[in-house]
Design a protein around this ligand. Structure first.
Ligand SMILES: [Zn+2]
Ligand SMILES: [Zn+2]
Length: 404
């Protein structure tokens, strides 16, 4: 009975596709239930103790009607992964990390036929995952348009080991559970897809900045900190049409990259003996100070200093502290009150920032910003300890696991 109805469904689909000429979709329609290429067992890179990732092999469990199995193609390594790798602050060990991943659907439950924004999906489609707001906490119930502030938000790559086993993108396969958020991204190459998650962090920060009403085409914008997030913020601001971008960092290679991603001026803070000298240099470039500043380092002193770079009536977005790196002090009179600065904090991204991010990445490519150059190192699954080391040494920019 069941089989008959599937047969009828595929025959109907075939007829429709022949009429509409949509052959590609028909192939997916027939193959939706299972794929012959999936092995019985697969490997994961599991953090089993602090600073120790071990490759382990498990049987891939059957998926339910509300789940998908993804063949992982690659996943960027995030500062959060390194933080967990070094100290396990989230008490997740044993855990398969990796939340900036992308891959191909190889099995799909019969209840799934579209992504979070309604694009049809099926076997063979490339996807990325986003956060999973709980929908039940006070913030979800009272501020549903700010789901980044959910108190219990989940994300693949920060789910402790359980019977599913394939919970993070540092793996050969990933199981996507019921209630997840995911987006079809077939038109993007692998590198671009691995950059979607950090790009979403940058897009959200810029959306927060725009909410102050202080960003326009002719704004002088300072971006302090040229790590992956700072450089991505730069690319977003440049793609929006802002030309007067000043990048501040202490690393020559990162400042070179900043130039490629849209900075008009680069300032190496190591060339100035103290913050007053640095402030003078910023003033020299901007005349009165920056209209807007993005703080993208995790250094408390830098977070304090940046207030001095902003002009009277200007704005500031703090996006550098996804972990607690300590306190800093500002002078509330000079830095904030007297200049009437509008400051915003930025936390991760909303699910609704993902479609904006996809458009940003397409547009960045359209104006020839070499965003993919942010990925400087790629490692296979069994070299993730080395990948973490490279990340900690900060010799590259974005380090990624690639499943070749
Ligand atoms: Zn991340
Ligand atoms: Zn919630």
């Amino acid at each position: 009975m069941e089989l008959n109805s599937i047969d009828i469904e595929s025959i109907v689909k075939q007829v429709i596709s022949e009429v509409s000429g949509d052959k590609g979709q028909e192939v997916k329609g027939i193959d939706r239930v299972s794929s012959p290429v999936v092995p019985k067992r697969a490997k994961v890179a599991m953090l089993t103790e602090k600073r120790k990732i071990e490759v382990k092999e498990f049987e891939i469990p059957d998926i339910s009607d509300d789940e998908m199995l993804i063949k992982v193609e690659g996943c960027g390594i995030c500062g959060t992964d390194v933080h967990e790798y070094k100290n396990d602050p989230f008490s997740l060990i044993p855990v398969v990390l990796g939340h900036e991943g992308t891959g191909e659907i190889v099995k799909i439950g019969k209840n799934i036929n579209q992504d979070t924004v309604g694009n049809s999906i099926g076997i063979g489609d490339k996807i990325v995952t986003c956060t999973i707001p709980c929908g039940e906490c006070h913030n979800c119930l009272t501020m549903s348009d700010r789901d980044n502030l959910c108190e219990n938000s989940g994300i693949y790559g920060l789910i402790a080991d359980d019977d599913k086993k394939f919970n993070g993108w540092f793996s050969e396969y990933l199981i996507i559970r019921k209630g997840s958020t995911y987006f079809k991204v077939n038109d993007m190459d692998l590198k671009t897809r691995m950059l979607i998650e950090p790009a979403a962090v940058a897009v959200h920060a810029v959306e927060r900045a725009k909410s102050t009403g202080l960003l326009s085409f002719n704004s002088n914008v300072i971006i302090q900190g040229c790590g992956p997030i700072g450089l991505m913020v730069m690319a977003v601001v440049r793609t929006m049409g802002v030309e007067n971008i000043i990048a501040v960092d202490g690393d020559i290679n990162r400042l070179e990259m900043a130039k490629k991603l849209g900075a008009k001026h680069t300032v190496n803070f190591r060339h100035y003996k103290d913050n007053e000298q640095l402030k003078l240099r910023i003033k020299e470039i901007t005349k009165v100070g920056a209209d807007f500043a993005f703080q993208c380092t995790g250094v408390p002193q830098a977070a304090a200093n940046i207030w001095g770079f902003v002009k009277r009536g200007g704005g500031l977005c703090e996006v550098g502290f996804f972990v607690d790196n300590g306190n800093c002090s500002i002078n509330p009179h000079f830095d904030m009150c007297n200049k009437e600065i509008t400051a915003v904090g930025s936390w991760v991204y909303k699910v609704s920032d993902y479609p904006i991010t996809l458009d940003f990445l397409r547009r960045a490519k359209g104006i020839n910003l070499p965003v993919n150059d942010l990925i400087t190192h790629e490692y296979p699954l069994d070299e993730l300890n080395e990948a973490m080391d490279t990340n900690m040494k900060q010799t590259g920019i974005k380090i990624a696991y690639v499943n070749k």
